[in-house]
Design a protein around this ligand. Structure first.
Ligand code: PEP
Length: 246
């Protein structure tokens, strides 16, 4: 299975900056790995144009929980498909913890994304306080159950992203991420769904190899280190080198 590298540009880049990084990714050699770029909604058409014909996928950072409805400001998963998206992030920690998105809403979004034919990437993970209280597994169970209990999926991508590691420069220990991946895999299996687990949280070119080597983890979700062409191409280069025969 090729490592999956997902770049989350959040609301950090202009459309022009997004297009420039997409172009740089197109130029940097990426065989042997799967790359998904998740620009902001407004940059989707431009990034789609830049990566047209390249083996790079387009993803959105969120979607509405319905196809068409009176939901001012939301973006339909059907429209994301029309823009060229094949992936969508669901329940990112900034949506949960900064914008107040509930487990229930994340679950409805996951179902809507799957109905539209998108590959949802469900983001789960504990806060620092929850971790200190020994609640990591309970949080993972709550978030996965709410999202997957009524999902019609054979397979789901889940990004284990401890909230305390996102954008902080402090990443989880790879063994710890593996342990969380085992927990998630077992939880998801209860719903008859196979899980592919990614790790996210302060991943960059210096540590990506440790996560790609970690048991149970087959990709990474990257924020900060994906928001510069040099940093993202360096990270992709490390992952590509790991897939090449010695
Ligand atoms: C993220 O936004 O999902 C993320 C992992 O960010 P960072 O890489 O900056 O920690």
């Amino acid at each position: 299975m090729q490592p999956l590298l997902i770049a989350n540009w959040k609301m950090q880049l202009t459309d022009a900056q997004s297009a420039r990084i997409a172009d740089a990714v197109r130029q940097c050699r990426a065989s042997g790995v799967s790359v998904v770029l998740c620009p902001s909604f407004t940059a989707l058409p431009e990034v789609a144009r830049v990566i047209d014909g390249a083996d790079i996928a387009l993803g959105a950072q969120d979607c509405a929980f319905a196809e068409h409805a009176a939901l001012t400001g939301e973006v339909s998963p059907d429209d994301l498909v029309r823009e060229g998206c094949t992936y969508v992030l669901i329940g990112h920690s900034e949506r949960r913890h900064v914008l107040g998105e509930s487990d229930e809403v994340a679950g409805k979004k996951l179902c809507a994304a799957a109905r539209a034919g998108l590959r949802p990437v469900l983001c789960v993970g504990e806060t620092a306080a929850e971790r200190e209280a020994g609640l990591r597994n309970a949080v993972l169970e709550r978030q996965c159950t709410a999202a997957l209990a009524s999902a019609a999926l054979d397979e789901v991508i889940i990004a284990y992203e401890p909230v305390w590691a996102i954008g902080t420069g402090v990443h989880a220990a790879p063994d710890d991420a593996s342990e969380a991946a085992d927990t998630i895999t077992a939880l998801v299996a209860k719903f008859g769904i196979r899980a592919r687990i990614l790790y996210g949280g302060s991943v960059d070119a210096t540590n990506v190899a440790d996560f790609l080597r970690a048991d149970g983890i087959t990709g990474v979700l990257v924020g900060t280190a994906s928001q510069s062409a040099d940093d993202l191409c360096a990270l992709i280069g490390v992952a590509v080198a790991m897939t090449e025969p010695l």
